[in-house]
Design a protein around this ligand. Structure first.
Ligand SMILES: Cc1cc2nc3c(=O)[nH]c(=O)nc-3n(C[C@H](O)[C@H](O)[C@H](O)COP(=O)(O)OP(=O)(O)OC[C@H]3O[C@@H](n4cnc5c(N)ncnc54)[C@H](O)[C@@H]3O)c2cc1C
Length: 479
């Protein structure tokens, strides 16, 4: 088999009958037809279809060695800078489809799998590293979609807290037998939980060096005992006019519960080795490869925000005011900075000890700390430009009723009639004010980790010795 298309993705997930709960109810029918999931699943299916579109096939797929079919470009282990550029182009084709709103488009997790397979020997024990490599092959051959959970429940984040109860809260290994390991407890936070083939579970950053929490594996999302409890959805199946973003790109987040779940040995990548667990992210290309994908997406997202902001300016003709120009300039500066950081990461890429061309982590760490700060400001700028227009937004149905002609007239803007103005402003509302918008801001702030600790990571990782030496030399200058 090779790259799947959208129909295969939808049918496969529907047939898994994953245990997905939402609003207190277990979903029993086709997940792809449930209003909370249909929009995002349709969009995800469209991404898979693009892999077969003659206009995009070349950039979105490649021919992996030792496999009969083609694979998505995110699975390509980059060996050259050209490979990195190829990956970036593929990331951005998919990101454009969702205006950068689908943080968990499959290329995100495919990159995780590619990265850990490339450095599989990090998992130490030959059996585990072999499992990781086999899993990569399996993902390529079947174009597997993945959700993931990398953190523990938010119970007590004090640095001195250690879970001590006999009844696990944070999922841990409670037993092992000839078939595999038994996991019991909860994990956070699986975006797209339930709407993927598999769930990848890796150690959280704060596993406290207890071997019961030092595990990594992937299992089918319909494994007995596995449940996804979803938050309420921000899409109610409305037409795109009403909810232009959430009706299409709402990726529901879920809590993952493991009730004595058996993980077969051939799917275990790590079990009990706290030393490996503590080094996994740092010693692998995880950060640069992931943030390369993320930054490519965030550039596309910023272009979209800039387009919306400028469209608002044009619609109500406020471009002559200096503060408006300044606000648009802020978004442009953000965009150009992100583009420069991504380019720098590729230009200064180097081959790591596993032969993977790895983007330079310094500009990417800067991008990862920078974007969570500028994205909320972008959204504030949309609000500051849109003002009351962001809430003068009747729904599509209102235009079809007897008031339609009046709404077209009274809600007109400088460059378009009321229907078109509301269409634009509903997009700006879904970007800046709706539940979907709020979740996007939270997502960009946190999805890659706590921004405070990301900044600390940058502080600790960035070599500043040359600069302090310069200061010493300067102070010691005789003239
Ligand atoms: C919308 C969204 C989608 C997500 N999707 C996924 C996903 O698909 N898969 C996945 O695995 N994860 C996902 N995450 C989780 C994400 O990785 C975490 O939100 C992130 O790592 C922060 O952890 P936390 O949310 O538990 O926050 P906490 O660690 O509980 O932090 C809460 C607050 O306490 C502070 N704090 C806590 N500990 C410390 C400390 N040691 N030092 C300083 N300050 C501290 C933080 O700065 C923060 O202000 C998602 C998160 C969001 C918001």
């Amino acid at each position: 088999m090779s790259c799947i298309n959208g129909e295969t993705y939808l049918n496969r997930i529907d047939q898994l009958h994953n245990q997905v709960w939402i609003n207190g109810t277990k979903i029993t029918g086709r997940l792809s037809e449930h209003p909370a999931f249909s929009g995002a699943m349709k969009s995800q299916a469209a991404l898979y279809d693009l892999q077969h579109d003659p206009a995009y096939r070349k950039v979105l797929t490649f021919q992996p060695a030792n496999h009969s079919g083609s694979a998505g470009t995110a699975y390509l282990q980059p060996k050259t800078r050209r490979d990195l550029a190829r990956r970036r182009k593929a990331f951005q084709v998919w990101a454009r489809y969702s205006a950068g709103m689908m943080g968990r488009s499959p290329d995100y997790m495919n990159t995780v799998v590619m990265n850990f397979a490339a450095c599989a020997e990090l998992f130490g024990n030959t059996r585990y590293s072999t499992n990781m490599r086999h899993f990569y092959d399996y993902c390529i051959d079947n174009d597997i979609s993945l959700t993931h959970t990398f953190i523990q429940p938010q119970v007590n984040r004090s640095s001195v807290y250690l879970e001590s109860s006999d009844e696990p809260v944070a999922a841990r290994v409670i037993d092992r037998n000839s078939e595999g390991i038994i996991i019991h407890g909860a994990r956070l936070l699986a975006t797209q939980g339930g709407m993927t083939d598999e769930v990848l579970v890796f150690p959280s950053g704060n596993f406290h060096f207890d071997e019961a929490y030092a595990y990594a594996f992937s299992i089918p999302a319909n494994t007995p005992g596995l449940k996804f409890i979803c938050r309420e959805a921000f899409s109610d199946g409305s037409v795109p006019f009403d909810h232009p973003l959430s009706s299409r790109f709402e990726e529901v987040d879920s809590i993952v519960l493991f009730d004595h779940v058996l993980v077969p040995w051939d799917r275990v990548f790590l079990c009990g080795d706290t030393d490996i667990a503590s080094r996994l992210y740092k010693d692998s290309g995880f950060l640069p490869q992931q943030v390369h994908q993320v930054t490519a997406r965030n550039i596309v997202k910023t272009e979209f925000v800039l387009g919306v902001a400028q469209s608002l300016v044009d619609a109500i003709n406020v471009g002559e005011y200096q503060h408006i120009q300044g606000k648009i300039a802020e978004i442009i500066i953000g965009l150009e900075t992100m583009k420069a950081l991504l380019t720098a990461s590729e230009v200064n890429a180097s081959v790591d000890r596993w032969g993977t061309m790895t983007p330079d982590r310094k500009p990417l760490m800067a991008a990862m700390s920078y974007f969570p700060k500028i994205y909320p400001r972008f959204i504030e700028i949309i609000q500051l430009i849109g003002a009351s227009g962001l809430v003068s937004i009747p729904r599509a149905a209102d235009f079809n009723m007897e008031n339609g002609a009046e709404l077209r007239k009274y809600l007109q803007s400088a460059d378009r009639d009321g229907y078109e103005k509301v269409r634009l402003f509903r997009l700006a509302w879904d970007l800046s004010l709706s539940g979907f918008a709020g979740r996007q801001v939270l997502y960009e702030r946190f999805f890659f980790g706590d921004p405070v600790r990301l900044d600390s990571g940058l502080y600790n990782d960035y070599d500043r010795s040359a600069f302090t030496r310069q200061i010493k030399d300067f102070l010691n200058r005789a003239d």
